[in-house]
Design a protein around this ligand. Structure first.
Ligand code: ATP
Ligand code: ATP
Lengths: 218, 218
């Protein structure tokens, strides 16, 4: 079984510790607040009340035995930095640390975190993208600066017509990656595939030209 | 310009308010802590120190004029619920509220939030998936239960060979959606495209069979 150490049991730390156990991992969850440890104790393999800014505590954790170590202390930047440094010094193989600000993140990288994550900033970016996505277009992934992957509902003027017949790539630069139809997903659909009402089209292309395709009944 | 109201200027609220302005929106940022408002005042169009659990305050905000309203109050569940209810009662068009736990989220839905978001839980899920993704495979998106989209580096036994020659779909069920080569991305590559050292392959398929393809030098 994969071994994980999660230090700091706030909203993020608790979600992570419980999820890693559910996925089959073995988790040691640590926090200096008794209430935080009691909340997860019956959902993880091991739990411990301890202050991870103390050298002796981190030394006794045996951090080198864990596949991944996560420092999920956020608001208390000093505790986050001290803990991350001690995890590095006592031989953790891979450290992921949560940062509250860009400056906090840069400090964590300097002292040896292998990966820094920003839950609030990333959610803000995703929400802002959703707000500005054009109507009718559900943003899925940025493949590159020019190529966005998104989903649209097949507009009425696509119904009962084949992909070949619609010439979507030539006319609108739209590459159809998959068709979502009810419970099924047809990946890399053949050119003669007929589109139906309710089909979700997973597309790689450009928003503006796709919006043209949505509007344009020939 | 799109109009946004962001209430609650913690890490998430601040990131969101600033980002929406950068993307061209007009933001009113509100918090009952003066320090929180001062931090963003010069990066948003409007800012206000006020307690949004007071009816008179929400009434005077004119919430019906905003395209989207976001309640980013997290730890203080009571303030989050009272604010969300008042936003709904005074005619907000679309309300997004942040939740700290599943129960908090269910309460927010009951009282009228149009969308509930969980930044910590979502980041925990993403990190747990990365930890359990097989080596050499970078998870990108779940297209459906059976179809994962992921990226692999073209292994050495793929170099200088064409996609047609490798028969990746027939042999390993791998649909090549795009090739990432340096600064360029080739979407829906033609069958005669030759793969080179350093190519990133964006694939839709199954992890186990893709791992077989990575190992198998014919
Ligand atoms: N020195 C320490 N040793 C162990 N645990 C600590 C220490 N300092 C803080 N913690 C714990 O880390 C957890 C998360 O810290 P904090 O609340 O500062 O971050 P947060 O970013 O607000 O969390 P989240 O956003 O995940 O709810 C808390 O449960 C806290 O008790
Ligand atoms: N009644 C209220 N009126 C206005 N602002 C409020 C009210 N109650 C709380 N806030 C503000 O909301 C902001 C975020 O709240 P809180 O710190 O409880 O959430 P959080 O989930 O920890 O935030 P984050 O994770 O984004 O840092 C704080 O800046 C706080 O001052």
């Amino acid at each position: 079984r994969r071994q994980f150490l999660v230090v700091g049991l706030g909203r993020f730390g608790v979600s992570l510790a419980v999820l890693l156990e559910e996925m089959g991992g073995e988790v040691l969850a640590v926090d200096h607040r008794e209430a935080a440890v009691t909340e997860v104790a019956d959902q993880v393999t091991h739990s411990l009340i301890a202050d991870t800014t103390e050298e002796r505590v981190v030394k006794d954790l045996g951090v080198e035995h864990f596949d991944e170590v996560v420092c999920a202390i956020g608001t208390n930047v000093e505790a986050s930095l001290m803990t991350t440094l001690l995890l590095r010094e006592f031989g953790a193989r891979f450290i992921v640390s949560k940062a509250s600000t860009e400056l906090h993140g840069r400090l964590l990288e300097k002292i040896g975190a292998d990966r820094v994550i920003y839950p609030e900033r990333d959610m803000a970016a995703r929400l802002a993208r959703d707000f500005f996505a054009p109507p009718g277009i559900e943003e899925l992934l940025d493949l590159s600066v020019q190529h966005k992957m998104f989903q649209i509902k097949a507009p009425v003027h696509f119904h009962e017509r084949s992909l070949a017949d619609l010439h979507l790539r030539a006319r609108f630069g739209m590459n159809i990656i998959a068709i979502r139809r009810g419970e099924n997903t047809i990946v890399s659909p053949p050119a003669q595939e007929i589109l139906h009402d309710g089909d979700g089209l997973v597309v790689v292309g450009d928003y503006d030209r796709a919006q043209e395709a949505l509007k344009n009944p020939e």
